[in-house]
Design a protein around this ligand. Sequence first.
Ligand code: C2E
Ligand code: MG
Ligand code: MG
Ligand code: MG
Length: 286
Amino acid sequence: KSKESGRNLVRFFDPTLESAVRVRAELEGDLRAAIEHGQLQLYYQPQVAVHGCLTGAEALVRWNHPLRGVVSPADFIPLAEETGLIVQLGQFVLETACRQLAAWAGQPDFADLSIAVNVSARQLRQDDFVHQVQAALTRSGANPVRLKLELTESVLVDNVQEIIEKMLALREIGIGFALDDFGTGYSSLSYLKRLPLDQLKIDQTFVRDVLEDPSDATIARTIVALARALDLGVIAEGVETAAQLDFLREAGCYAYQGYFFSRPLPVVDFEAYVHRRTQRAVCPTA
Ligand code: C2E
Ligand code: MG
Ligand code: MG
Ligand code: MG
């Protein structure tokens, strides 16, 4: 009895543990409500090809918390994954991105743009994942060819054959796949041969110091060479400066994404960005 209350006492008076647990529980409840009450929003970050044309955008989720303000996905995606809320969250992201694609399909400046959606391992492991994606496409009327899914190496931890089969089914209808944060996971290179991928995404940790750190420069160049040799596209994330862009272009990287072009933007601002580029004829109309 005394041992029991002693333990409770310790727990009660451990402010870090107590508040960490409480904040987490609170956050979980809030996130559940956020999904139901439409506090989640997609931001769009431009993806630009080597010749300067905008090819699409990555959809990045934001949480407009009534008290905390805009919460970064880094602060709630891990929680969503642990609690399983990622399934509903991912569903919302897919539906929203598909509706956006359908809305853009009728507008000349936007019709050719693709949207890349991040898919977490837990979401992909859902039995009905393929059906969920198809349903989102059908409901919205979006063209599957414009939808790209970003996976990380964490999907390769188990049941790889099952993952590959899902990818193949989705690829059949025209959906593309990018391997996100490439080079930061611990997967074997042999998976690159087996996975039906379209693009490697060079992680921003290699791009950040690409000019100062010779190892990062070598890694970035090697990923580009690997992608080209395997006949895959390659995009660099986290491009912040003209000098980084020059390096990557020199290395043969086809596409870029980062603050140098734009931060992720709410859809209205993203549309304004696209219009500004079109007016400046950044990309000669094909
Ligand atoms: P990610 O997919 O690797 O996305 C790239 C992250 O880098 C984004 O952070 C983006 O805002 C940030 N970024 C882009 N350009 C630059 C740059 O030039 N410099 C720097 N320092 N950062 C840049 P964000 O939006 O905070 O998202 C973080 C991560 O959260 C994403 O990493 C992704 O793994 C995850 N995430 C975001 N949205 C979703 C989603 O809808 N579903 C799932 N499952 N995960 C998501
Ligand atoms: Mg991504
Ligand atoms: Mg990434
Ligand atoms: Mg990343």
